[in-house]
Design a protein around this ligand. Structure first.
Ligand code: ADP
Ligand code: MG
Ligand code: MG
Length: 888
């Protein structure tokens, strides 16, 4: 056994780390006895050593020589022999498939002499000359760095000169002319003639494949696909077979099932008299694979048989590359094929029925991300449609509606039954009612973690953000698109949150079949039925509970249909918006405790009804209600607007004492850093009676439901606690209120009181905090902001792109939990909390609760549940089960 080089006959499909995916699968096919042209694989170890030192590791050259010699003996030909040359391909292939990202060089071993031998041996001079032309072109551009247009220009010029349309029409003499020209181009560009010595060609090609690991496009692809930077690629050196030796030859690619729908059957393309790269490049039109049956029945039947062998062997859908040389079939590549999310579900479930795999395996093959994308509403596909502009694909889905330029208009128009798209420069918490009312949100500024994006994802609203070409003119009630049309408020637009595209006019759209199925509609769709079946299995497997973040009865009801086991986060702030703003204003301008109490008294019945409705929707299941969290001034008029209004009134001598009082209050409450200011538990402590009113509303709502025969299970959650004293103080207050209501109403009320853990201080003192908490809910959004010290709304727009490009942060910590930092705090708080109270109930709310990667972490540290937006609930159920499987 060598150190760096392995014959195809030595490896297996399990060795992707060492041999790369392509090499491991070539070895596997060789072991299965399939017709694979022989060859050997240079390992990723060799690549890593080469890349680290800038030169070949000691011993590699000798090992390649030994394997080449064995290959030559086996083939009865020598590399580049002038009479009967062996030619090889030199093919890249990393552990994870990176389609088209790295290099492959074909026909290595041809030179001025061996091309003559090839012509004589094959009896086909045109074929030999064409192969040499291909080598010069591929080797020139990929190994020697000659810009590829320099070759293509010459081909185009020659075709024009000869008056022909395709390469295939060039005659042997023409190709000979190209060979001469290509050699001259190479010498001109590099200062040296094309390397004639076959062994030099081979070595240089191997180095070029190693180097192609580090091209900018390969590096970018790895970042996007989250493929580690340090794997390196293997290199496969393989005897060439020729699909370009006439009409009894050809090349093709195929799938063992339909990669788009997952349907059984054979799918592929075939091109006669062509090398493999021509099929993909689309130089000439391919025919459907089925047509091969009419061209070469024997090869077709053999191929069908091999497809079935491979599918049974891999127990999965495979894709294949093959070449037929003179009626002889050769397999050049196979791998487990990439597929759409639809196909992933369909294939997994079908294979369970075919007894190829079990349900565990089926579930582990379909990711939560794939399920999520099956739940997005979609536009009907149409290739001819062109977007007027494109922004970031912030929250997937397809939304159509009339343009509205502010939140109020959105609410107003929606109330009269219009579907609207809210278009803003950027959104603020104040825009929430408009965002709720709108079908979709389009912003000119902000990234994927901007307010608009985060809120939209939370609500399952379609959102395109950061469409920089848009300038909004609020006076004229219209927006302009740079280099495009003007759009007036009321015009219809369609936005695609999956692609970031913005269209004028109405594009047809619908709920996905999977969503309709999960909502309980009758849907005749194998994919939806498959999702249902796998979800049922997931529920039986998973340990983590799944709850929903739901602020309204409608959301709670939907979450329940989607399988939520309760509400993990019911925010109460939206209950203070709209006409209730006046009551908040009364509260903050109140001069004494009596006025304050009066304002709170007016809020009480409204809140009670809010809670009663949500408890009804989640009857029998826990509903965690978070006491009011945002700074009060978010419910008040903007300081500048108000100051201007009051100043104008003063000048016109309009008498407005309320305006003046309000202005004083707004000034008083104005903060430099509101997110670090008077909010959460601090409000509860500083504004007496506020939390007590909310607790009373919850307790009375529960009593109302009990009177109706329901089984309400509210829980009270205190936000932004940093110190155990804060929690103790508030907890006493809340328990008093609940006890009082129980007595007043003559019912038994047991309402657990817990806290958010969303500040680093809370996490590190969780043992003390646990003394006064029945549960913890990790608010990982705020915990991420406060741990990293950056604001969620600004990070994406300002420096995140730079951080990602430089590899400091591979992915936004707001999207997937930062396991090393924020995750460590969660882990610590979990341990400390349970040290104090072994039965402390632990959950997480916030974006991460619905994120597949984060869910795996929460399973690992044994939280009790995750809570996420209703549309994410099926994804969380799914991924919680996959996390169990992954840990087996
Ligand atoms: P990629 O990873 O980009 O698909 P490949 O290494 O598969 O690159 O090679 C590119 C093309 O060359 C493929 O179509 C393949 O079938 C063809 N090819 C590779 N090796 C050989 C060979 N030994 N004989 C004939 N064709 C080959
Ligand atoms: Mg390939
Ligand atoms: Mg928070």
């Amino acid at each position: 056994m060598g150190t760096f080089v392995f014959d195809f006959a030595q490896g297996s499909k399990e060795q992707k780390d060492l041999l790369g995916g392509k090499g491991a699968n070539l070895a596997e096919m060789t072991r299965l006895g399939l017709p694979v042209p022989p060859g050997f694989t240079i390992s990723t170890d060799a690549c890593r050593a080469y890349l680290e030192h800038g030169s070949e590791p000691v011993g590699l050259e000798a090992e390649v020589d030994a394997h080449l010699w064995a290959l030559e003996r086996r083939m009865g030909r020598r590399l580049g022999d002038p009479k009967d040359p062996l030619l090889v391909s030199v093919r890249s292939g990393a552990k994870f498939s990176m389609p088209g990202m790295m290099e492959t060089v074909l026909d290595v071993g041809l030179n001025d002499h061996s091309v003559v031998g090839l012509a004589e041996q094959s009896g086909d001079e045109r074929f030999a000359t064409d192969s040499y032309r291909r080598l010069l072109q591929m080797f020139g551009s990929t190994v020697l760095g000659v810009p590829s247009d320099r070759f293509e220009e010459r081909i185009e010029a020659l075709k024009a000169d000869r008056g022909v349309a395709s390469d295939a029409e060039l005659v042997t003499a023409d190709l000979g002319v190209l060979v001469g020209e290509f050699k001259a181009i190479i010498e001109d560009h590099t200062g040296d003639p094309f390397p004639q010595a076959p062994r030099d060609q081979l070595r240089l090609a191997i180095h070029a494949v190693f180097d192609s690991w580090n091209t900018p496009r390969a590096a970018l692809y790895r970042r996007q696909e989250r493929i580690p930077e340090d794997l390196g690629t293997a290199v496969n050196v393989q005897a060439m077979v020729f699909g370009n030796r006439g009409e009894a030859s050809g090349s093709g690619v195929c799938f063992t099932r339909d990669p788009a729908t997952g349907a059984t059957g054979v799918y592929g393309d075939y091109l006669a008299n062509a090398q493999g790269e021509d099929v993909v490049a689309g130089i000439r039109n391919t025919v459907p694979l089925a047509d091969l049956a009419g061209i070469d029945r024997a090869s077709y039947d053999e191929l069908r048989l091999i497809m079935s062998v491979l599918e049974h062997h891999y127990r999965d859908m495979c894709d294949l590359e093959f070449t037929i040389e003179d009626g002889h079939l050769w397999m050049l590549q196979t791998r487990v094929g990439k597929r759409t999310p639809q196909a992933a579900v369909r294939i997994a479930v079908d294979m369970v029925d075919e007894e190829l795999i079990d349900l565990d395996e089926a579930l582990s093959r379909v990711t939560g991300h794939q399920l999520a994308s099956l739940m997005f509403p979609r536009f009907e596909p149409d290739r001819s449609r062109r977007p007027v502009t494109t922004g970031m694909n912030a929250s997937p889905g397809a939304a159509v509606g009339r343009v509205v330029l502010d939140s109020e208009t959105a609410v107003e128009w929606a109330e009269r039954g219009e579907e609207v798209i809210l278009v803003r420069k950027e959104t603020a918490p104040d825009d929430l009612p408009g965002m709720v009312a709108a079908r979709g949100i389009l912003t000119a500024r902000g990234g994927k973690t901007s307010h608009a994006a985060v809120v939209a994802r939370g609500m399952g609203r379609t959102c395109v953000c950061g469409a920089e070409a848009i300038t909004i003119d609020l006076d004229q009630r219209r927006f302009r698109i740079r280099g495009g049309p003007e759009v007036a408020e009321g015009d219809v637009v369609s936005i695609d949150g999956g692609t970031g595209e913005v269209f004028l006019g109405e594009v047809p759209v619908g709920h996905s079949d999977v969503v309709r199925y999960l909502e309980g509609e009758h849907v005749d769709d194998p994919v939806a039925a498959g999702v249902g079946r796998l979800l049922k299995h997931a529920d039986a497997l998973r340990r983590l509970g799944v709850r929903a973040n739901a602020d309204t009865p409608e959301d709670a009801a939907r979450a329940r249909r989607f399988g939520a086991g309760g509400v993990g986060l019911c925010r109460t702030e939206h209950m203070f918006l709209g006409e209730r703003r006046e009551l908040v204003e009364d509260l903050v301008v109140a001069r004494d405790a009596d006025e304050q109490a009066a304002a709170l008294r007016k809020l009480l019945p409204l809140q009670r009804q809010d809670f009663s409705d949500i408890l009804a929707a989640m009857d029998g299941l826990p509903v965690t209600i978070r006491l009011i969290d945002p700074p009060l001034h978010e419910f008040l008029p903007d300081l500048t607007d108000l100051a201007v209004r009051v100043a104008i009134e003063d000048e016109r001598r309009v008498d407005d004492p309320h305006g003046h009082e309000l202005l004083v209050a707004v000034r008083r409450l104005h903060e430099q850093n509101p997110m670090l200011g008077l909010r959460g538990v601090r409000l509860g402590i500083v504004v007496p009676g506020l939390f007590a009113m909310q607790a009373r509303a919850v307790a009375e709502a529960a009593a109302d439901r009990i009177d109706l025969g329901d089984d309400p299970r509210p829980e009270l959650m205190v936000p932004l606690v940093a110190s155990e004293r804060e929690l103790r103080m508030v907890r006493d207050q809340l328990e008093e209120v609940v006890a009082a209501v129980a007595v007043e109403r003559g019912v038994e009320l047991s309402i657990p009181v817990g806290t958010m853990i969303e500040l680093p201080r809370a996490a590190v003192t969780a043992d003390r905090i646990a003394e006064n908490a029945d549960f913890f809910s990790f608010g990982t959004n705020d915990l991420t902001q406060t741990t990293w010290g950056f604001s969620r709304d600004d990070v994406e727009a300002e420096f995140f792109p730079t951080y990602r490009d430089r590899g400091i942060l591979p992915i936004s910590p707001f999207e997937s939990i930062d396991v090393q930092g924020v995750g460590e705090l969660v882990r610590l708080a979990t341990r400390l909390g349970r040290d104090t109270k072994p039965n402390l109930h632990l959950g997480v709310c916030g974006e991460h609760g619905g994120d597949p990667e984060s869910i795996h972490f929460f399973e690992e540290i044994a939280l009790d549940y995750v809570s996420c937006s209703p549309f994410r609930v099926p994804v969380a159920r799914w991924e919680a089960a996959r996390a169990v499987l992954a840990r087996r």
